[in-house]
Design a protein around this ligand. Structure first.
Ligand code: ADP
Length: 252
């Protein structure tokens, strides 16, 4: 059996006295496309920060690629696209190429010049997200959906095995959301990436994900899309902590 990419055991996390994550146990299997859903304040961003090693748990363990995250040397194995990635204003003084190249800073060094190999990696990542014709465009001139693809390229340029995306579809129009999922599907199927996607867009996500996790302080559900589809209104009401109308939930 393949070893999991992420493994959390008996994990607890608090901000001051407030319990944010309570006894979390779960694994992200290698090759999974995992959708992480839950209400605002449910602890999704905190969970991601723990996987990235940006925050330390009060108790329990977080292992990534079989090692405690604090000991993981090759952080390039994890790519991250944050919520606020697609918000560059017009006139921001960087091209698509430069933004994607910045994803290699840890490999190149701050004051060194990129080699031919580094540049090839940048063009390859831009091609992976189907944005080659915009490579020398100013990032601020692109739409939100296009900028988002560039930030995915920036995360991909160091060839991570695990790609984490925090609510990347917020503020993106429907057509780009669909294209975005097709891009993720391609990265998952053709390029063997393991994906962890935080999203509110449960409708589209369940068409592509292999695993779904529902988090609201505790882990309420972890299963495949068929099992998720069989959850009842009562399950969702328990999960969200208030009555949920399933019809409107599935269309939200
Ligand atoms: P989600 O991503 O699911 O919206 P978060 O992980 O951002 O949830 O937040 C979980 C809880 O932790 C919330 O109650 C939030 O108010 C609290 N929280 C998040 N960041 C901080 C912080 N820096 N200091 C104190 N509380 C925080």
């Amino acid at each position: 059996m393949k070893s999991p990419v992420v493994s959390m055991r008996n994990l607890n996390f608090r901000y001051d006295t407030r319990i944010v994550l309570d006894n979390i146990n779960f694994e992200i299997p290698q090759g999974a496309f995992m959708g992480l859903v839950g209400p605002n304040g449910g602890g999704k961003t905190t969970l991601i920060r723990l996987i990235l090693g940006l925050t330390k748990a009060d108790n329990g363990t977080v292992e990534v690629f079989g090692q405690p995250i604090q000991k993981l040397k090759d952080k390039n194995k994890i790519g991250f696209v944050s919520q606020k990635a697609n918000s560059f204003n017009k006139g921001f003084p960087a091209t698509v190429f430069e933004v994607v190249l910045s994803g290699l800073t840890s490999q190149i060094g701050y004051f060194r010049f990129p080699s031919k190999k580094h540049k090839q990696k940048v063009y390859h990542a831009i091609a992976q997200v189907d944005m080659t014709e915009y490579a020398h465009e100013n990032i601020g001139n692109l739409s939100g959906g296009q900028q988002q693809r560039i930030f995915i390229a920036r995360a991909l340029v160091s060839d991570p095995e695990l790609l984490i995306l925090d609510e990347p579809t917020v503020g993106i129009d429907y057509e780009h959301v669909r294209r975005f999922y097709e891009l993720l599907h391609d990265l998952h199927q053709q390029h063997n990436k393991t994906l962890l996607l935080v999203t509110h867009d449960t409708g589209t996500m369940t068409e592509y994900a292999t695993d779904i996790v529902c988090l609201n302080k505790t882990l309420h559900f972890h299963g495949n899309p068929e099992e998720y589809a069989s959850l009842t209104e009562k399950d969702f009401s328990n999960f969200y902590g208030h009555p949920v109308n399933l019809v409107s939930h599935q269309h939200s």
